[in-house]
Every structure is written in structure tokens, then in C-alpha cells.
Write a protein that binds this ligand. Structure first.
Ligand SMILES: *Cc1c(COP(=O)(O)O)cnc(C)c1O
Length: 368
């Protein structure tokens, strides 16, 4: 059979490596026949969904024969009020990944350049390559994005800069003052996308959400998600905020019903359940301290993190340790594909989950 048509797929797509997600619990259960599995691999909220969100989903389930509100009126109105912006500046996405994809669809063509850091979130590279654009990956210094080097790399062909704050998988962050100076220094022909997927976990006054600077920078886009601190990863809902003009462009390439009705209702309920959010952030702070204390005792290094995960230097191939931990029923994330071959990334879980992870980790380190 002639497969000439395969060679005619978009050139970026032909060489694209697909995103490697965290291993689902059900898959490991099937493979190893394990009963108890601890998944700390996808930076999900370990509390489970908020009860008011569950109730809201039940209440809305009887209406799933109807299309969702394609304009997400209520959810956008609630977000607009929170941030004191125009609802037209908000684009809802099927997860914030969708917004990253929309940005690429709206702005990128072959020949365009996109700048992001080494160790940056994998989706930036994927949407860039899929659009046929060229990635300029800026070497990190000490696992941190080198902002001066980002600026120096900008050319006439640069269309987008992707920058996560904090970044996944490193957990590293950028102080407000430094970030604002950076955005100010980026020429106006370049869109700066600040990915704030973990913003809710930040408790430090020296940090700021770039959303508060939108009025100042027409070329700024900020992405947020309900997948992490709000505990809605399975529903797929996130959003981007930017100028009305950029939002208008994103809206043109957006699928008409990209965010389903249960996700919209649940996100609205999640915004209202501040107690759940506070509890989630507290649990994260405690869990981070719990894990760090044990890592110190085990004499392991880690990258300081302001998110809900830690990137741990394990002094051996992280993928090997990942496999060994799987056999103990603990799922973490190998991050060799992020050029971190001797680290693993572990999401902060409940106290009990963290404890089980640490016991499994110590066991592997002692027996090897
Ligand atoms: C998890 C994550 C996202 C969000 O993904 P969703 O599509 O909203 O689930 C975006 N950016 C980073 C850096 C992330 O880690």
C-alpha cells in the first residue's frame, strides 16, 4: 500500500513527539493487579472535588442534552468581576492547554519564532511545532528561566514568548518586580504568554499575578486553569485573559462549544467555594514541608517550588526510579523528556499519600 499521504502531513506534525501524560491509576492497576495505588503524577488536587461542585454537577446533569453556552456568559461574568476586567477579555478553554493551542492557531505560521525556556512545560513546544513555527529554547540557569537571554533572543520573526510562573516541572518562579520589568522590555510586536496554572498556590507577597498588569500591556496574555488548585482536572476548563483585540482573534479559532456545560457550571461553583481552595492550599503547604523534611533527612536535593509539586534530584536515572516506584504502587513523573534525566517530579498529596511515597522512596534508595 502506498502511504504517500502520510508524508504529506504537516511537516511539524510528522516529527512531533506526543505529550506524555502521568500514568493513570487504572492503567497501573491493570498492569500489576495492585489494589492500592498512590498517584502523585499529574499535580492534581489530592482532596478530591469540592462537595458543592459535586452537587452542582448533579444539578446540571439533567440538561446535558442541550448545547453548552458557547459564550460562557456566567463563568466569564464571575471571572470578570473577580479581576475587575471586561468579560470580553476572557477566553474560556477546554483546559488552559486549549488556550495555548488557540494562541498557536491564531498567531503562528511556518517561519515564525516562539521563545521559551529549557525545562518549560511541554505543551509550548508541541503547539509551536504543530503550527510549523520554530522554537527557540533558552538555556535555563540553575533550573530558572533566564529572562535576559529571552529578551536577547527576540527577533523580527518572534511572535510569542511562553513563560510559566511557577513553571512545571521545575516549580521555579519569577518575582513580580522582575517579571514586570521583563514584560515591559519585550517589544510590542511579541505576545507574552504568562502561564499561571499554579497561581492559587502562591502565598508570597513578592509574587504577583500578571492579570493585574493587563491594562498596561496590550501584548500580554495570562492563562489560568481549574485543573490544579480548584480540583477540576477531569472536567477540562481553563481560561486566558488578554486585551479585547487578542481575545477577539482567539474567539475566531475557538471551537464553538469548547467548554462543556458541566465544566462551566462546576467552575462557577468552584470559584464560590473559597473554603475548599483555602484548605487545598494549606494542605499543599503542609505536604510540601512534610516531603522536604524527609528529603533533607535522606540527603536528597530538590528544586525549590512554589507550586503543588517538587522536582527531586534522585542521583540515578529518574525513569528507573519511576519504574521501581510503580512496582510499589506509587506513580510519580519521570522528567527526562524535560532534560532532567536524574530528577523525578512528585505532586504533593494528602499527608498519608506523601508518607507512603516517602516510605517507597526510602526503600528504593536503601536497597540500591
Ligand atoms: C497543568 C498545567 C497546565 C494546565 O493544564 P489544563 O489544560 O488547564 O489542565 C498549563 N500549564 C502548566 C504549566 C501546567 O502545569
Amino acid at each position: 500500500m502506498s502511504c504517500d499521504f502520510l508524508l504529506r502531513a504537516n511537516s511539524g506534525v510528522r516529527t512531533l513527539q506526543p505529550y506524555e501524560p502521568g500514568k493513570p491509576e487504572s492503567e497501573l492497576a491493570r498492569e500489576l493487579g495492585l489494589q492500592r495505588i498512590i498517584k502523585l503524577a499529574s499535580n492534581e488536587n489530592p482532596l478530591g472535588p469540592s462537595l458543592s461542585v459535586l452537587q452542582t454537577i448533579e444539578d446540571h446533569a439533567s440538561r446535558i442534552h442541550r448545547y453548552p453556552d458557547g459564550n460562557g456568559f456566567q463563568l466569564k461574568a464571575a471571572l470578570a468581576e473577580i479581576y475587575d476586567i471586561d468579560a470580553g477579555q476572557i477566553t474560556l478553554g477546554n483546559g488552559s492547554n486549549d488556550i495555548l493551542q488557540l494562541l498557536a492557531s491564531a498567531f503562528l505560521s511556518p517561519g515564525d519564532e516562539v521563545i521559551f525556556s529549557q525545562h518549560a512545560f511541554a505543551v509550548y513546544a508541541i503547539v509551536t511545532q504543530a503550527a510549523g513555527a520554530t522554537a527557540k529554547v533558552i538555556p535555563a540557569t540553575d533550573y530558572q528561566a533566564d529572562l535576559d537571554a529571552h529578551l536577547a533572543a527576540i527577533s523580527d520573526d518572534t511572535k510569542l514568548i511562553f513563560l510559566a510562573n511557577p513553571n512545571n516541572p521545575t516549580g521555579s518562579w519569577i518575582w513580580a518586580e522582575e517579571l514586570k520589568a521583563f514584560i515591559r522590555a519585550v517589544p510590542e510586536h511579541v505576545l507574552v504568554v504568562i502561564d499561571e496554572a499554579y497561581a492559587e498556590y502562591i502565598l508570597d507577597d513578592k509574587m504577583a499575578s500578571a492579570i493585574s498588569w493587563l491594562a498596561e500591556f496590550p501584548n500580554l496574555v495570562v492563562t489560568r486553569t481549574f485543573s490544579k488548585a480548584y480540583g477540576l482536572a477531569g472536567l477540562r476548563v481553563g481560561y486566558g485573559v488578554c486585551s479585547l483585540q487578542v481575545a477577539d482573534l482567539l474567539n475566531r479559532v475557538r471551537q464553538p462549544f469548547n467548554v462543556n456545560s458541566l465544566a462551566q457550571a462546576a467552575a462557577l461553583a468552584a470559584l464560590e467555594d473559597q473554603d475548599y481552595l483555602i484548605e487545598s492550599v494549606q494542605l499543599n503547604t503542609q505536604g510540601m514541608a512534610q516531603i522536604e523534611a524527609k528529603l533533607k533527612q535522606l540527603d536528597l536535593n530538590w528544586i525549590p517550588s512554589k507550586a503543588n509539586f517538587l522536582c527531586i534530584a534522585v542521583n540515578q536515572p529518574g525513569r528507573d526510579l519511576y519504574q521501581k516506584l510503580l512496582r510499589q504502587g506509587v506513580i510519580v513523573r519521570p522528567i527526562d523528556t524535560y532534560e532532567l534525566p536524574n530528577h523525578i517530579r512528585v505532586s504533593i498529596g494528602t499527608e498519608e499519600e506523601n508518607e507512603e511515597f516517602l516510605i517507597a522512596l526510602e526503600k528504593e534508595l536503601v536497597t540500591n
